[in-house]
Write a protein that binds this ligand. Structure first.
Ligand code: CA
Ligand code: CA
Length: 307
């Protein structure tokens, strides 16, 4: 099998090992319904409108106007072990904070969960909050990002574009003394201020703690600290020649999902491959990362160079 890599290949669906703990799944493809089977459908409010997603597919994400738009969840997902995963694209980030998601009220048992944007002295920031674990990192307007928050009884972990950016050990379950019992997207816990202007998509809530590798799968963005330093099962597959002039043979011992990333962590190619040899062609010179997944888990990765 010979595959010519020229552009992004259409994404394929495959089952993830962590799918069994998915509690709510909002693809925002045409509506705000929950696709997990639990029927936890969201309610859109004040004109929040369907828009294009990160692949430029129409009616596949929601646009918030920054004035009064919000999307309400039917329940508060107050799980002692939980993961939130989502994509966002902020049109503007200003000195007035804007809230992507706020799950915080006086009866919540396992801590508030908040994702807040704000500008301080010209720097645009993304703020994660889970209980009293907090982390701030600089981001850009008008760019899609994947974020994930993981809460465990021992602490919380925050991920940006598939990479762990913060691990906190606070277990105080901090929360506010007011707020709605059902969380919302696009506004703060009182749901009348801090409105978000931008897009949101693919909101997923799990009642388990996803791992770094799980989140790399969701983010379709290899974390380089994993790609370069984690010693995975490198004998499970062969990749040659390396360096290469263009053709690369990938030889695997199990059916796999092959992903090829460029040197800034963007996925440029994704394909299910059978047991044995698959030949791929790389056109552009550069450094690439071949990542193999099976059942939603990364089992190997290698760096290759195209001259
Ligand atoms: Ca509106
Ligand atoms: Ca979508």
């Amino acid at each position: 099998m010979k595959l010519l890599i020229t552009s992004l290949i259409a994404f394929v669906f495959y089952s993830n090992a962590f799918a069994q703990c998915l509690q709510a799944d909002y693809s925002f493809n045409g509506n705000a319904n929950d696709g997990s089977g639990n029927n936890l459908h969201c309610i859109t409010q004040n004109g929040v409108a369907l828009t294009s997603n990160r692949f430029n597919n129409t009616n596949s994400a929601y646009q918030f106007d920054g004035i009064d738009d919000r999307i309400e969840f039917p329940v508060d997902f107050d799980f002692p072990i939980r993961t939130w995963s989502m994509w966002f694209y902020a049109d503007t980030i200003t000195a007035v904070p804007s809230v992507i998601m706020d799950n915080d009220h006086n009866n919540i048992q396992f801590g508030q969960t908040e994702i807040v944007l704000g500008e301080i002295q010209g720097v645009k920031n993304l703020n994660f909050l889970l209980g009293a674990n907090a982390f701030t990192t600089q981001i850009n307007e008008k760019q899609w990002y994947h974020i994930a928050l993981v809460r465990e009884p021992t602490g919380s972990s925050f991920y940006l574009d598939g990479c762990l950016v913060f691990a906190g050990t606070d277990t105080s379950n901090d929360h506010s003394i007011d707020g709605f019992f059902t969380p919302a997207l696009g506004t703060g816990r009182l749901q009348n201020q801090f409105f978000y202007k931008g897009k949101l998509d693919d909101i997923k809530v799990y009642n388990c703690a996803l791992t770094q590798n799980d989140i790399s799968v969701l983010a379709d963005s290899m974390c380089f600290s994993v790609a370069l330093h984690e010693n995975l099962n490198k004998e499970e597959f062969l990749v040659y020649p390396n360096p290469t002039l263009g053709n690369v043979i990938v030889n695997v011992k199990q059916e796999s999902l092959l992903k090829l990333y460029n040197n800034i962590g963007q996925i440029i190619f994704k394909k299910e491959i059978p047991i044995g040899k698959t030949e791929i062609m790389i056109e552009m010179n550069g450094i690439y990362f071949v990542v193999l997944e099976s059942d939603g888990k990364i089992f190997g990765n290698k760096t290759i160079v195209k001259h």
